[in-house]
Each structure stands twice: as C-alpha cells, then as structure tokens.
Design a protein around this ligand. Structure first.
Ligand code: F6R
Length: 367
C-alpha cells in the first residue's frame, strides 16, 4: 500500500508530479490557451461583482490561502482577505451577499472551517470550496467549487494536497484575471505554459536533490530551533516549511517574512541556529540576498532554497537546495518540495513516526 516507499509521507511527496498534473488535467489547455473550471463559471457573475474575496482555512490549507491572496491580488486586482477559520468563526466578521468566500480544505471535514462557512452562508455569502475529499461536508455546503485531484492523503502532514491546492488556486487566479481583463495576453499565455511545466520541474527536484537534502538533514538533525524566512510569494512557503518541520521532527521552528527579522527574531541568531531562506529568483531577490548577508554576519547557519544558476545564493549559503527556475508566481510550487523533504528526512534521522506525529489527527473535526 505504500508502493515500495518506507512511509506514506515519502510516497505522497513523490506522487506530486502526478497529482499536480491530475489537478491540471482537463482544465489547463496550453494548445488553446484556455482554463476550464466549471465551478468558477457557475459563480462568475458573483465573482466579477465581488468587492472582495475572503479565503477561509486552517493550517497548511491556510498557507495555500495566503499565497492565493498574493497571487489573486496581483493578477486579478481584487481585494483578498485570508482568515483562520477558528478566528473568523468567532469574531463576528462583517459579511455581505457581495462577498465570495474560498474555503480550502483537504479533508473537507475541518470543524472550524465548516462552521465558519455555515455562518457566512447565513449572511448571504457565496462559497467556493477547494476540497480534496469528494462529497465531504465542506464540498456539500459550497455553492460551487473545484476538487483538488490529489487522491487520498494518508500521511498526517499535508504534502500533495497542499501542492494540488496551489495548482488549482493558480488556475483560479489566472482564469479570473482573464475574465476581468486584468492580465496581458502575453503574461497569461506565459503563466499557462509555466504552470504546465511544473510537474516535470517537481520531478527534476525529486530526481536530483534527494541525496543533497538527506545530507543536510543529517547535518542539522540535532538543532533545537530553526528559522524559515521568505519574502513575497515565498513567505507562505517559509511558514509551511516551519510547520512541516515542527510536525514531523518536533524541532521548534518559526516562519517569518524575511524583513521582519530585524523586528525581533534576529536576536535568536547565533552560530548554532539554522536559518532557511526561501530565496528563489524573483523581484525580491536583491532584498533577500541582503537579508541573508545580515544572518551570515551574525554567524547564523545559512541554508537556502535557490533557483538553478543563482551563483550569488550558492556562494553565500552554507547549504543550498536547488529548484528549477520558474516565474515568481509559480516558484512556490517548486520551493515547497525541498521543505517537505527536509522535514521528512530530519524526522527519519530523529527516528520519529513521520506518518503519525504525536498529538496530531489527520482531520480536526472538533474545535
Ligand atoms: C499540516 C496539516 C494541517 C491541516 C489542517 C487543515 O500538515 O495537515 O495543518 O492542513 O488541519 O486541514 P484540512 O485541509 O483538511 O481542512
């Protein structure tokens, strides 16, 4: 049942070229440059008129939502808010019939997300569900939606469901941008092709970076804390990298926007602290290079996720994990893969039950 892999988590990490492809299949058409998402079409008028989109989710799904906020605002020029379902549910939020809510959930059964949606629905909001489990409660309460075609996710820590969420959210953003005419034809076509190339780029990482990441895991397995830093589209990946490490290795880890470091966390940096930078080539790259220099000057152990060919980062960091070059909007789908593998191998090195970390449940059906 684990298909020859030692753990479901590793199997699911390795399934990602296929599950991302499956999430695109029948939707992304690079011959005709079209995106088919019937769920989006069915609420098209609401979406076009919406003054804002509210994304509601928990945990890893919330991280997918945070990235979607950056991408939808950039491409579609519509205001997006991202909410933790547990907070949204209790804080008496202002919701109207002009709001569209995107609910993101692997299981479709997360209690806080479900109740948040029930409340929003009563107030007239339109709900678009991005769910993995077919026929689940969140899928049923949604007015429209799209399934992530990740297949059953058994490992408690979410991996392939997260990348499937990102894949479909990218399609959603691109299709909406096209409808709203907020994207140039050139950029639209470019991003469609970039998305189409993601499965093979993920495959490249799995084939070429494994031994390197294992070695990094062995080197840092005894650390007590990790810091994960990223800017822009890679900030949600810093949060996700830290969450994966906490769950799987029980090492304390925090994710921060790289520039927030100066406002507190930099006090933690000494020669024992591994600091992971998600530093793929994007419009923030110069800024993140100077953040890396600041960590290096304080003798932090610098680990970076870098784009192939980025010699500056390669020279600066003590250890580097390489991902293929990609458009900055697409890159998070690649940079998260080394984060999953690093957490997995550190967990293995620490002899832990990576598929069933202590205290965690696969779906949180109680609040
Ligand atoms: C982390 C993880 C959790 C879930 C969260 C939401 O690896 O799996 O943080 O992402 O419990 O679950 P779903 O997506 O099922 O609503």
């Amino acid at each position: 049942e684990k298909g020859g892999y030692d753990h479901f988590m590793l199997k699911e990490i390795f399934e990602q070229p296929q599950t991302i492809y499956d999430s695109f299949r029948g939707r992304l058409d690079v011959e005709h440059n079209t995106i088919a998402l019937s769920g989006l079409d069915s609420i098209k008028d609401k979406l076009m008129a919406a003054r804002r989109i509210i994304i509601v989710a928990c945990g890893t799904s919330w991280h997918a939502g945070l990235l979607a906020e950056y991408i939808i605002e950039e491409l579609c020029r519509v205001n997006v808010e991202v909410e933790y379902a547990s907070e949204f549910r209790y804080r008496n939020p202002i919701i109207t019939s002009e709001d569209v809510i995107i609910a993101i959930s692997q299981s479709g059964e997360t209690a806080d997300t479900l109740v948040a949606l029930e409340n929003a629905k009563k107030q007239g909001a339109t709900i678009f569900g991005l769910v993995n489990v077919v026929g689940s409660s969140i899928a049923r309460i949604s007015d429209a939606g799209a399934y992530t075609h990740a297949g059953p996710e058994i490992g408690v820590a979410s991996t392939k469901a997260f990348t499937a969420q990102l894949a479909v959210l990218q399609l959603f953003a691109l299709k909406l941008a096209k409808l709203k005419n907020t994207i140039s034809e050139d950029r639209y076509v470019h991003l469609l092709h970039e998305l189409n190339a993601v499965p093979e780029k993920v495959q490249w990482i799995l084939e070429n970076e494994l031994e390197n990441i294992k070695a990094i895991a062995i080197k840092y397995r005894d650390a007590n804390d990790f810091l994960y830093l990223g800017r822009g589209y890679n900030f949600p990946i810093a949060l996700e990298g830290a969450l994966k490490l906490k769950e799987i290795s029980y090492i304390h880890a925090e994710g921060y926007p790289a520039a927030e470091m100066k406002h507190g966390p930099i006090a933690l940096v000494d020669s024992t602290l591994p600091v992971v930078f998600i530093a793929t080539k994007d419009s923030y790259h110069e800024k993140i290079v100077s953040n890396m220099q600041e960590i290096k000057a304080r003798k932090g152990r610098l680990i970076a996720v870098a784009s192939a060919g980025d010699t500056i980062t390669l020279e600066l960091a003590e250890d580097t994990m390489i991902v293929p070059a990609a458009d900055e909007i697409i890159a998070p789908l690649l940079s998260v893969i080394p984060m999953q593998l690093l957490a997995y191998y550190i967990g293995i090195e620490r002899d832990l039950d990576v598929d069933k970390p202590r205290n965690l449940a696969k779906s949180v059906t109680v609040e």
